[in-house]
Write a protein that binds this ligand. Structure first.
Ligand code: ADP
Ligand code: MG
Length: 157
């Protein structure tokens, strides 16, 4: 069963707030895919998630390093950006499997570049340009993801 929900995000602050809200409902072991063109807001949304879990510093896209770890009090969050990944097999060499553990949350920009090496997600999120603003569509792929969407809907209605 697929659940989905969509919201308009009027400005950058709204995207960050959406990420904060997601952080409230995501639990450890969750895998989130982020789709959208360059500049659509994937990293901005991730900043909201990571800060929602208590990170105080900057959040930059790990475009060259592929992954940025955030080891926080409540959980580890791993932020992947696979935009510059050449060969999906590189993920094997970097020990990709160890990141996707039951005690971590993984947020993945450009997951399609990782092919079969990236586990299927709980939530599949797409950000789109709407003029100068953005919209977000959140789809669940698992029961865990569906529960997150139910909570989001309850929070917002
Ligand atoms: P991506 O990671 O998808 O390439 P970024 O998050 O790095 O995108 O950049 C998104 C850009 O769009 C940033 O300049 C940010 O300030 C801006 N932005 C984010 N959310 C919104 C929004 N809802 N409306 C308008 N601009 C936004
Ligand atoms: Mg990015």
């Amino acid at each position: 069963m697929t659940h989905s929900v969509g919201f308009q995000l009027a400005d950058e602050a709204a995207t960050v707030k959406m990420g904060n809200m997601l952080a409230e409902f995501i639990d450890q072991g969750a895998v989130i895919y982020l789709h959208g063109d360059l500049g659509a807001g994937k990293t901005t949304l991730t900043r909201g998630v990571v800060q929602g879990f208590g990170h105080q510093g900057k959040v930059k896209s790990p475009t060259y390093t592929l992954v940025e770890p955030y080891e926080l009090a409540e959980t580890n969050v791993y932020h992947f950006d696979l935009y510059r990944l050449g060969d999906p097999e590189e993920l094997e060499y970097m020990g990709i499997r160890d990141y996707f553990s039951p005690t971590a949350i993984c947020v993945v920009e450009w997951p399609e570049k990782g092919g079969e090496f990236i586990p299927t997600p709980d939530l599949d999120i797409t950000l789109r340009y709407v003029g100068d603003a953005r919209e977000i569509e959140i789809q669940s792929i698992s029961t865990r993801g569906a529960n997150i969407i139910d909570k989001l809907k309850n929070q917002i209605e």
